[in-house]
Design a binder for this molecule. Sequence first.
Ligand code: IVH
Length: 714
Amino acid sequence: MTAPDPLKPLRSTKVEALTEAEAAAEHAALADAIRGHDALYYREDAPVVSDAEYDALRRRYEDIEARFPGLKGEDSLTEQVGAAPVEKFGKVVHGVPMLSLANAFSDAEVEEFVARVRRFLNLKDTDEVAFTCEPKIDGLSCSLRYEAGRLQVAATRGDGQVGEDVTQNVRTIAEIPARVAAADFPEVIDIRGEVYMAAADFAALNARQAQAGEKVFANPRNAAAGSLRQLDPAITASRPLKFFAYAWGEASSLPADTQHAVVEAFARWGFPTNPLTIRATDAAGLIAHYRKIEEERALLGYDIDGVVYKVDRLDLQRRLGFVSRAPRWALAHKFPAQQATTVLDEIEIQVGRTGALTPVAKLRPVTVGGVVVSSATLHNEDEIARKDIRVGDTVVVQRAGDVIPQVVRVLTDHRPAGAEPYRFPHTCPACGSHAVREVDPKTGKEDVVRRCTGGLICPAQMVERLRHFVSRNAFDIEGLGEKQVAALYEWGLVKSPADIFTLAARNAASLQRLENREGWGKTSATNLFAAIEGRRKVSVDRFVFALGIRHVGETNAKRLMRHYSTVEALRDGALSAVMPGEEHPKGNEGWAELTGIDGIGDVVAEAVVDFFAEPRNQEVVAALLGEVEPQPMEQVAAESPVAGKTVVFTGALERMTRDEAKAMAERLGAKVAGSVSAKTDLVVAGPGAGSKLEKARGLGVEVISEEEWFERVG
Ligand code: IVH
């Protein structure tokens, strides 16, 4: 029932509303997710999100970078295309990078593209500019390097800069000439185009694979990619791959000065080129050809996912140049999603790593645009209600040229008698804990996502929770990273936080010792047990932060524990706020006490109550208290010169880390903020401080150095 949540980092908070710290965390999480999806798509040929969902992650990432340019490091994804090559193939550095194309989905965007090109070139109304217009082949791009008329190297796109060497495999593709003898063939040229598999060949291959009990491919693109990236060229040779040439990279000379004429030369030289290529001089002409190709699409015998427009004259292409990852002189006009009708047999609830419950439609298998679809995302509870999707319904499913299909609507005429409106479960299918939707106190609106509250007991969330539990600002157990936690969980050695503290004793009595397991040795195991022993006493706010209660980060953990002092008091306080029989507490004294704490609002209070209301969370906390001894929080020095002040640290600090600085300031009773505003009392600026420092000066906020900070606080 469990599955990773591939869109997990995608948050709903507006980018404008993010603090710098939130933005940085989200930026990093998005980068991880995008890299993961890139790897699945480019390396494994097995994507788990749709193009649209991927684009949403990417757009959010770019928006965050646009607002916080400081986050844009050297390895920013906005500077890269695709995924770095896998290790198993040799690497090929592309002399000229292989880029991607900007997308358009509407006629208006095509008109805007033509207008933009004209504007950029500063053309007069009477000046004509020609474009080529050709199908966008749904395969994988490949760069073929010819030297002295011979195919020398063939490479995949990879990350656009470095691809994989697939020369031996490409040599098995009959349509690709190994030698070209034409007099005007350049001494050196990278011929670029798309390796693809025809629909009939794909069907036959899948039939053979199924017969042999081998992997069947989801679509021709994946089959082509999987076939080209075989380590054994004999396997590639047995797969019916084809090729269309449509572009070039490095070239010692070119046979013509227009896109169209160069591709015509490709054909003369023996490369397959697409017969549906035309030239047009305005948006109307391009769109008319797009419609024609769209009509012929089903009869082509191979998958295409749109039409590509390119400025024809090469001198104009050069003037237009590139914007980040795509040429300004080209556009991919994508086809709309394809649809089919089928029956929804079941709604399965999947639980993501952060406890989000995601409904997935289990469908009678149906072919949509050449791919067999048997499940579709239903997004969330509200979507199901809005579309009134019921088990047994006949539904229209849609696939936008990619992988996760969607249910578009219900054909209510076909609804079976007695079909009941769907009731979204209020308990987690993975662990049975109650699952809740948070209410935004400002808007009064419920979050669209229902979440499992059993973070510390839910197998779907456990590894993530344990990782948080041992992380630096929580229990800070050295030697326990994500990999180690995941392995300990998988081996059944640590299934709950308290297990960490009983690990050494259990290990001593065990037949299969940790030190003999993969990835461990005597020293690492001994060090780990020592690190764990050393953390049996942690301050109570760290303890509470480590529990991973939703919305209880370090600051809120401190606020709560300054008030309640002990974990037991916090638990009892939270439980006294529960209104029997009510899903959302409110109104009684316990609630008033909790929300009376400075900085603790309804959202946090509710999360705390939800957490302790779950009996198994109480058990986990009790087990943990049997193993560790939370220490009182360091007391705030009331007399400190910064007590009650709002402080911002910016720039590089030399004598302490950011975390230390923050902890120190808070210990001294100051509030630490991430950004400068009129409410800021003091800015501590180190070398390299930028916009925050400027803003502080603009607002007349007092600015001091790190040295002065130490002088001031003693
Ligand atoms: S031109 C610099 N033409 O689409 C521009 N690309 O989304 C080079 N593709 O990576 C690309 N058919 O794999 C071009 N007729 C066509 C294409 C085409 C398919 C692919 C290609 C590219 C991707 C970008």
